[in-house]
Write a protein that binds this ligand. Structure first.
Ligand code: SAM
Ligand code: SF4
Length: 335
């Protein structure tokens, strides 16, 4: 007889959550239009944010129940003054570590990231300086580009995240793929997702189908190789023949991957979100501070996880602003 899985991190659909994404901060040195609302955000007072010790205590609980991978994100995780301390603490746990960053401050932390074999994902939405500045509302293109070259020169395995927006940067798809010709880069095209305050509109969406059609119309038909995706991978992976690197498509809007989801999220203010799209949250920090156990709360939150996209299982529901604006803005969730 099959043994029932009673782990607190297994949900009612049998999905085991082994991947914790921790947002370290709501702050950022960029202002990407699709992430940060135009009129900014109300920052949570510092005393309501997790300290380094609290992050470690919560992470340790998750690891003792089966988490094997932790990603640090934000906001921009590297703007946090105690980033090095947090990373050192988490590195003492038996997990693989990853960071998603805009790349601006990576050189400052390079030796630390190398020391703990942290895999790095850098977000860059345009290879054209003026467009990059337009979408980030800041002028750091050269710094980000230098960081990418620095990491490649150090043989650090690097992923690049590119959010595609119709009519803005979708003409750069092939330019991004060209980066993978001679470099072991993994370029991931992400469908633009709706969150509170980002003025999402379905007409701006560049879908997985649009991306593949675009490549095919450029006469690369015989050259696209579909790669085997890793278990629980949110991306569908491809490579062009004779290219050293690869590209991928993350199609959370048109083709979600909820069936195999193993992710769970912790916001900078210590709230557990069982899904990126879920409006419901569970405060672990308050309970931790009261001295009580957070384990029952984790179990309850995981148990409440919807089958798909926080309950917005159809495109129509995701497209409904009354539903997706109940969630936080992306910068306050942690991507
Ligand atoms: N500051 C870091 C960075 O930019 O990589 C980490 C946080 S950011 C919120 C994490 C990822 O979420 C980035 O790759 C960003 O492009 C992506 N992201 C933010 N808003 C998004 C949206 N509306 N749709 C799709 N991806 C989004
Ligand atoms: Fe900052 Fe990253 Fe959001 Fe851009 S995507 S505003 S870099 S947190």
């Amino acid at each position: 007889m099959k043994k029932e899985d009673t782990s607190i991190l297994t949900d009612t659909f049998g999905r085991k959550h082994s991947y914790l994404r921790i947002s370290l901060t709501e702050r950022c040195n960029l202002r990407c239009t699709y992430c940060m609302p135009a009129d900014g955000i109300q920052l949570t007072p510092k005393e309501h944010l997790m300290t380094a010790d609290e992050i470690f205590a919560i992470a340790k609980t998750f690891v003792s129940h089966g988490v094997t991978k932790i990603r640090l994100t934000g906001g921009e995780p590297l703007v946090r003054k105690d980033f090095a301390e947090i990373l050192e603490k988490l590195a003492s746990l038996p997990v693989t570590l990853a960071v998603t960053t805009n790349g601006v401050l990576v050189p400052k932390f390079l030796s630390l990231l190398k020391k703990h074999q942290v895999s790095v994902t850098i977000s860059i939405d345009s290879l054209q300086e003026q467009k990059f500045n337009q979408i980030t509302r800041r002028s750091y293109f050269q710094k980000v580009w230098d960081t990418i070259n620095l990491l490649v020169s150090q043989n650090i395995v690097l992923k690049l995240n590119v959010v595609l927006i119709k009519g803005f940067n979708d003409h750069e798809i092939l330019d991004f793929i060209a980066l993978t010709k001679n470099q072991p880069l993994n370029v991931r095209f992400i469908e633009f997702m709706p969150f509170d305050g980002n003025r999402w509109n379905k007409t701006q969406l560049v879908t997985q189908k649009n991306i593949l059609d675009h490549i095919l119309t450029q006469n690369f038909q015989t050259d696209i190789i579909r790669l085997q995706d890793a278990p629980n991978d949110t991306a569908r992976n491809f490579r062009l023949r004779d290219h050293l690197g690869q590209f991928a498509i993350i199609s959370s809007v048109t083709n979600p991957f909820c069936d195999s989801c193993n992710r769970i999220r912790l916001t900078a203010d210590g709230k557990l979100k069982n899904c990126l799209f879920s409006a419901s949250e569970t405060s672990l920090l308050e309970t931790l501070r009261s001295g009580a156990s957070i384990i029952p709360l984790i179990q309850k939150a995981v148990g409440k996880k919807h089958a798909a996209r926080g309950g917005m299982d159809t495109f129509e529901k995701l497209n409904d602003p009354d539903l997706h604006t109940q969630n936080r803005s992306m910068i306050k969730i942690g991507g």
